[in-house]
Every structure is written in C-alpha cells, then in structure tokens.
Write a protein that binds this ligand. Structure first.
Ligand SMILES: Nc1ncnc2c1ncn2[C@@H]1O[C@H](COP(=O)(O)OP(=O)(O)OP(=O)(O)O)[C@@H](O)[C@H]1O
Ligand SMILES: [Mg+2]
Length: 479
C-alpha cells in the first residue's frame, strides 16, 4: 500500500500542521489537534473500485452525465431482508437494507456481541455473513457461540458464517472484497486499526477513517454493515460525532444491568422511524425476543401500593403500558428533594408546580420521588397525567384502581391536553385487561374496545375520577 501522509488539524480554528502540538500554534487552544489524512483515502477504496473509476474517467466523454432520473434507480423495497428477529427488524424500520451501515452502541457488557452473534446465526440460514471479532479471539467467540447454540453442526452456519479475528482495516477490506458477504459485523469499530495513521485504535482519526473506508466498500458491494460502537461515560457513542452522521442507522442497546430485559432503541434511521424500540430478555442461552413487553413494566395488580398509576407511553409506533410510582414525604432539607427515575425530571418539577398552584395541594415542603417500574424510561408528555395522579395518590395515601390507565399531557394551567396515537394506546391497555381509561377531553374516542372511557379537561377532574373523595383510605399511612 502506498504511504499516506497525515497532518494534524485544529478542531477549533482549522489550522494545519505537520506535527502534533499540545497547544494549537495558531489559536492557542490546548489539546485540539487531531490527526487526519492529508488527502482522502483513495488507497483504502477497494482495488476494483479504483480500477473501475480510472477506466470510467478515461472513457467518459467530456459532457457525459453521471446523474440519472429517479425512475431509473431501482427501489430497495424488495431488497430489504430480515435479521431473523422481529424486534430487531422493527427497530430497523422493517429489516436490513443492503449497502446500509448500522451502528449499534451500548454500555460494556450489555450484550452487543451476543445480539450480533445470534443475529448472525439467523442471517446465516439464507445468506453469507462475515463476523469480524476485533476485540476477542476466535476461541472466545467460539465459546460464546457454543453457549448460545450457534454451532457448525448446523449446515447453514457451517457454510455461511465466517469469523475473522482481525484488527487491521486493510485485511478486513480485502476480505470483504474477496468474500462479498450479504452482511458483515464489525465488533467493534474502536478496535480497528488503519496503518496509515499513527494514532492508536479508538482515536477520533482512526474511528473516522475506518468507518469511512468501510462505508465506501459496503455501499459499493451492497453489504450490510453492522458496526458495534462503545459508548462514553456520558452515554454517547465514543468517537467523533461525525460517525453518527456517516452511518444510516444508529441504534442503542441499553438496559438496567441488574434487570434481564434489554432495549434496542433507534435514535437515527434513514430507512425507518426513529424512537422505535425492540425488547429482548437476557438469559443463560442468550437473548430472547419479548413480543408482549407491557407485562414486564406492570407491577402486581392484585396488591396495588398507594401512589401507583398505570400510563401508556408510545415508543415510536409501539405502545407500552408502564407502572409509575410516586412517593411524597416531609423533607428534612431546606429545599425538598425531587428525583425522577425513568421519568423526566423537568416534567416532574412542572407537574409538582401545577398541582400546588392549580389544584391547591401543598407539595413545596415535601420530597417527591417518581420511578417507572422495570427500569423503563418514559419521558413522554402523555405520561404527565399518570405522574400527577400517582403524586396525589401518594400524598393522600390512596390506591388508584389498578385496572385504570391514565393518558394525557398536563398543561401549565392545569388543563389536560390532547395526546398523539390515543387509539393505539387504548387498544394496548384493553389488550392487557384494563377496564377504565382517563383520557383528554375533545379527542375522538374509539367505542368498541371494552374500556370505560372518562374524558377530562382538567387535572382536578382526573383526580376526582381516579381518587373519588367519598372512598375511605384503603391503606394507613406508612404501609
Ligand atoms: N454464562 C453466562 N450465563 C448467562 N449470561 C451470560 C453468560 N455469559 C455472559 N452472559 C451475559 O452476557 C453479557 C455479556 O454479553 P456480551 O459479551 O455480548 O456484551 P458486550 O456488550 O458485547 O460487551 P463488551 O462491551 O465487553 O463487548 C453479560 O453481561 C451477561 O449478562
Ligand atoms: Mg462485545
């Protein structure tokens, strides 16, 4: 491979220098110099691509146009294919698109390699797949594969699944060109090394150049690239932000380390809706799909606790019934504590203020805690009403009927505002055996769901409906 020159460019002012400095000689910023290739990595493009381009350039008449009519470009609709998991396909917007790059980020040990190895097994049933394990040796991957039941006794796996324990970008590119698999897994992008750069694997320059080179090959050969990316302490995918712009789809694999379920969430998708989620459960033999997840996020409806309310959050097009719990208690601090786990902290503050000012509940001297069951994060405004009712129920030490679900956004004036996808939410609640739903007034309501619908226009009306004043307290304080 011809030697590629690299330069150092200041992130702040764009000044270039041939060597690295701790402080930019031009603008004086510390630690802002990043290594980058002095010209685009033509050398990392596949050999066939370079040959082809050189030939095409020579033969093309001066006025020839490369642009084509939209009609002349084949649609990818039929080309999508399944990952073998409905939950994964849902998050991708209906399956894998040939030539697309999917970046999967997640905390260490959350199960990224497990998910991709299981996906590899499903894909190998019909298509060839190359699994580049840059972080682990072939033996380590084999060990996991055996635990997950991915073994070569299956003829499809024996012929279609290739393992490549390698960190060198050039070797991986050559292998992609030689094998031309339908799908390639890169586990992980931070472990790859492009020899033209002096910086270590995982550095901004390495991650950027490796992704760009892989992307060129994948787009040209129509290979789906599933790339694992580590996340930083702050939770973003480690490496340059530009990485997320380069790829077609960005997914996060997340979950409570202490709970078995894992969420695959799409935050960017060029081929489908974002905010879709797929739900899996981690067990001894790997990940299982959870096709009816609402049960995971509901508590014990036979023995409901005071301060509990069920809400329906929509994640993308998927409704999820989640149990919210609130606890208010006298504070021992000068300013009361507020905490939101799995709910939005700002919305909690806002709802507390609305309840104080518009409903007249004195909460300013009370600590308030809100948590969503099962480690689920519900930050949607449509869950406001549930939070408000859970807080009032805790304040009055009352139990909300466990068969009632609350849907609505609470405005600053104490009014209950309309929500999107109401019918979808109500259908999910009905499916799970809920009998009553408190919903915003003024929204068109479905009739045949077997749910008693109670439209309300103000938060106070919802409180009256959910916690009727005549009823005696069902629990004593401190229970
Ligand atoms: N023998 C086992 N039995 C049950 N679960 C296991 C077993 N071994 C691993 N696991 C589960 O698999 C998880 C690790 O999975 P995996 O290696 O796929 O994660 P990862 O996200 O790829 O991690 P890394 O960031 O280190 O690459 C563990 O956290 C654990 O939950
Ligand atoms: Mg891994």
């Amino acid at each position: 491979m011809p030697k590629v020159r690299t330069t150092y460019v200041c992130r702040e002012c764009g000044a270039e220098s041939s060597q690295w400095f701790g402080k930019c000689p031009s603008c004086g910023t510390y630690g802002s110099l990043e290594e980058q290739l002095s010209q685009p990595t033509a050398s990392t493009a596949p050999a066939s691509d370079r040959r082809h381009r050189a030939k095409a350039d020579k033969n093309r008449p001066a006025q020839a146009r490369a642009a084509r009519h939209l009609d002349a470009i084949a649609s990818d609709r039929q080309a999508r294919f399944s990952s073998g998991y409905q939950e994964f396909d849902r998050v991708l917007g209906g399956g894998l698109v040939p030539g697309s790059l999917v970046l999967i980020g997640g905390d260490p040990g959350i199960g990224k390699s497990t998910l991709l190895l299981q996906t590899a097994r499903a894909i190998a049933a019909e298509r060839s797949i190359l699994y580049v394990c840059a972080e682990e040796s072939g033996q380590q991957v084999k060990l996991r594969a055996t635990r997950l039941g991915v073994t070569a006794t299956d003829p499809a796996i024996a012929t279609n699944l290739y393992l490549l324990p390698e960190i060198g970008l050039e070797v991986i590119l050559a292998e992609l060109e030689a094998l031309r698999p339908a799908v390639a897994v890169i586990d992980s992008i931070q472990a790859l090394y492009f020899s033209a750069l002096t910086s270590a694997p995982g550095s901004v320059a390495q991650v950027r150049e490796c992704t760009a080179a892989l992307m060129r090959v994948a787009k040209q050969l129509g290979i789906v690239l599933l790339i694992v990316g580590h996340v930083t302490k702050e939770g973003a995918i480690a490496g340059p932000r530009v990485l997320e712009h380069l790829v077609d789809t960005v997914l996060y694999f997340e979950g409570d380390r202490y709970a078995a379920h894992r969420l695959l969430r799409s935050v960017k998708n060029r081929f489908g809706a974002t905010h879709e989620i797929g739900i899996f459960e981690m067990g001894d033999r790997g990940l299982d799909e959870v096709l009816n997840p609402s049960r995971l996020f509901l508590g014990n409806t036979d023995d409901p606790a005071p301060g509990t309310a069920a809400v329906v959050a929509c994640e993308g097009t998927r409704p999820l019934v989640v149990e919210l719990q609130a606890l208010v208690s006298p504070t021992s601090y000068a300013s009361p504590r507020r905490s939101a786990t799995g709910a939005s902290y700002n919305r909690l503050q806002q709802i507390l203020a609305v309840l104080e000012k518009r409903v007249g509940i004195p909460l300013s001297k009370l600590d308030a805690y809100v948590a969503a069951a099962g480690g689920m994060a519900v930050e949607e405004p449509a869950t406001d009403l549930g939070i408000a009712i859970a807080i009032v129920a805790s304040f009055r030490d009352r139990v909300v009927d466990p068969r009632t679900v609350l849907i609505g956004e609470v405005g600053l004036g104490g009014q209950v505002r309309l929500v999107s996808q109401l019918e979808l939410r109500l259908k999910e609640a009905a499916k799970l055996g809920f009998r009553r739903a408190i919903v915003p007034q003024g929204q068109s309501l479905p009739t045949d769901l077997g749910l008693e619908l109670i439209p309300v226009s103000k938060a106070i009306d919802a409180i009256v409906a959910a916690l009727p004043a005549t009823e005696k307290p069902t629990r004593t304080a401190g229970n």
